[in-house]
Design a protein around this ligand. Structure first.
Ligand code: ACO
Length: 320
């Protein structure tokens, strides 16, 4: 059987930066509260004319360049996003068009924050079975368009950005294993209506609704169990992991997962302070930063894990 590995990665952050001090002028909050409860200091905000596919295609171009291939070599596009350009066509279709590779199968996946991990998992299956050679996996979000800017419990948390990976077929294993899960029984704790007629709830306009404290507790428990599941599946111990690259939702959730791995934050890639929670973009954004500054090197074993609305959760163990 063939293996898959990450050949190249890229990311993109919009220019505009919103600080906690800026947010103090918008809602009843403080830099101290946001920093202590979430670890977030700044987040990037897309320009009015930037869609998820605009951000995603910038990250994709960098990933393709980093992979040293041509866009025409891509034979599948998978996009994780909770904030697609439209309900249809998918943002993946738009990204394919912007890359000039119409005809290549392209689809979005609606798995909230674990979108990138789910995307890696799907890419891995298509490549291992020999059906595809170079799959572009993108996580891209314009969550600033979805939050209610009068709701201090959510608007301080989220940010915009995109990250992408080219996953290719390989003789050597790169993606060692992926593990994906979902439980719709928790749907009421974190959701976003789509605004369709006849489906109106308390919040008919599309916006993120979150019972943060309850989400927090399940997230910590679930992420801890997926660390165990991943290590067991690979017959590995905590010491075999070089880097933990968690979804960047909240520094306290990240610290709890690091503790589970018996790791200090020096083995964990943290960008939540600068990016906020960028949902499906957060892991590739974090990974790109740690590759660029030389922390993550080729051959390092990286544990990617994420949790989000659904609930959905998942992990990918990769040898970069
Ligand atoms: N500024 C000041 N005070 C605030 C703010 C704010 N921005 N937001 C809430 N508060 C207040 C609340 O009103 C509450 O006040 P009260 O005690 O007078 O009622 C108090 O702060 C505590 O509120 P909690 O919700 O209990 O605060 P908590 O410590 O749980 O932190 C947070 C909230 C940051 C949202 C946290 O629960 C969290 O990170 N949850 C997990 C989020 C997550 O991981 N989501 C999944 C991924 S997202 C996705 O899938 C799209």
């Amino acid at each position: 059987m063939k293996h898959s590995r990450i050949l190249g990665m890229g990311s993109y952050l919009p220019e505009k930066v919103l600080t906690n001090a800026d947010l103090e002028k918008i809602v009843e909050t403080s830099d101290q509260w946001i920093t202590e409860r979430t670890g977030i200091k700044t987040r990037h905000i897309a320009a009015d004319d930037q869609s998820a596919s605009d951000l995603g295609v910038e990250a994709a171009k960098k990933a393709i360049e980093d992979a040293g291939i041509d866009a025409k070599d891509i034979d599948m596009i998978i996009v994780g996003t909770a904030t697609p350009d439209k309900m249809f066509p998918s943002s993946a279709c738009y990204i394919g068009d912007k890359l000039g590779i119409g005809g290549v199968p392209a689809f979005d996946i609606t798995t909230a924050c674990p979108g990138f991990v789910y995307g890696l998992s799907i890419a891995d299956q298509f490549i291992k079975t020999g059906h595809r050679k170079n799959v572009l996996v993108v996580g891209t979000e314009v969550l600033s368009r979805l939050v209610n800017w009068e709701d201090r419990t959510t608007c301080v948390i989220f940010g915009d950005g995109a990250g992408a990976a080219v996953v290719t077929s390989s003789e050597e294993p790169g993606i060692l294993s992926t593990h994906i899960h979902a439980d719709g029984g928790y749907g009421d704790l974190l959701y976003c209506n789509n605004g369709l007629r006849g489906q109106l709830g308390d919040f008919p306009e599309p916006q993120i609704v979150m019972r943060g404290n309850e989400v927090f507790k399940v997230a910590v428990k679930t992420l801890s169990s997926i660390v165990d599941e991943t290590l067991e599946a690979n017959n590995m111990s905590k010491d075999d992991i070089d880097w933990l690259i968690p979804h960047q939702a909240n520094i306290r959730i990240i610290q709890a997962t690091a503790k589970k791995l018996g790791a200090g934050l020096d083995k964990v890639v943290v960008t939540v302070d600068k990016h906020g929670n960028t949902s499906s973009a957060s892991i590739p954004l974090a990974m790109c930063e740690a590759i660029a500054d030389g922390r993550i090197k080729r051959g390092d074993v990286c544990l990617l894990e994420s949790f989000g609305g659904g609930f959905t959760w998942g992990s990918a163990l990769i040898k970069y």
